[in-house]
Write a protein that binds this ligand. Structure first.
Ligand SMILES: [Fe+2]
Ligand SMILES: [Fe+2]
Length: 216
């Protein structure tokens, strides 16, 4: 059993829609409009980004800019993977190790190397970001606290009503079955205590709102 990373700092478990959101990375958001149209990225990336900012507040030792840029870009590579294969290979069978997973990571690193330098990010920073994007779905272990916060933020969006709506459809599950999977499979994958607290709070609210117990 692995231990989750604890924190002595406050953990914000209020509904994620209440997050004020930052504006300093707006130019980077505008640089990935086309990439945001693939695989629900225009829902997934902003919600996961909001969670990443909360996780950075809970773990101030992490380099917040690396975490925020890495989560913003991590799945942009799906835009360069053939759309029909995203569902056929990405969510069926052994979906965690499907080729498309490796491909979206490699394309995501390419996109980071294309969009970041014109916005003033230097090579060293870009390398730290691509080190997290590369392997975010396919490498079993996290290599840094920044990597861990990105991995947890990548999962946390699924606990929101929007995440449940999109992802249950991808997996062909009812919302009720999908929230059970979140509890049994995804909560135990979380690497930080703050993320566990955020996940449980959001999931409880989503289950009540969506009447998943009644609609089972
Ligand atoms: Fe991914
Ligand atoms: Fe993701």
């Amino acid at each position: 059993m692995t231990m989750t990373l604890q924190t002595i700092h406050p953990v914000d478990t209020t509904p994620i829609v209440a997050s004020p959101g930052s504006e300093d990375l707006d130019p980077l958001w505008r640089a990935i409009v086309d990439e945001s149209r693939a695989r629900g990225n225009d829902i997934h990336l902003p919600i996961s980004f909001a969670y990443a900012e909360r996780l950075c507040d809970a773990y101030p030792d992490a380099d917040a800019l690396v975490v925020r840029v890495a989560i913003l870009l991590h799945d942009t590579g799906w835009a360069r993977v053939d759309g029909s294969r995203i569902i056929s290979e990405g969510f069926a069978g052994d979906w965690r190790t499907a080729d498309v997973r490796f491909e979206h990571e490699r394309h995501g690193c390419d996109i980071a190397r294309e969009v970041l330098p014109p916005l003033g990010f230097d090579d060293e920073f870009v390398t730290r970001v691509t080190a997290i994007i590369d392997g975010h779905d396919t490498r079993p272990e996290s290599r840094s606290i920044e990597d861990s916060l990105v991995r947890d933020a990548d999962r946390l969006w699924r606990f929101t009503p929007a995440g449940i709506a999109l992802a249950s459809g991808w997996f062909g599950l009812t919302p009720a079955k999908y929230v059970r999977r979140l509890r049994v499979e995804i909560v135990p994958e979380l690497l930080t205590q703050a993320a566990v607290e955020m996940a449980e709070a959001e999931l409880g609210r989503s289950e009540a709102l969506l009447k998943t117990e009644q609609l089972s």
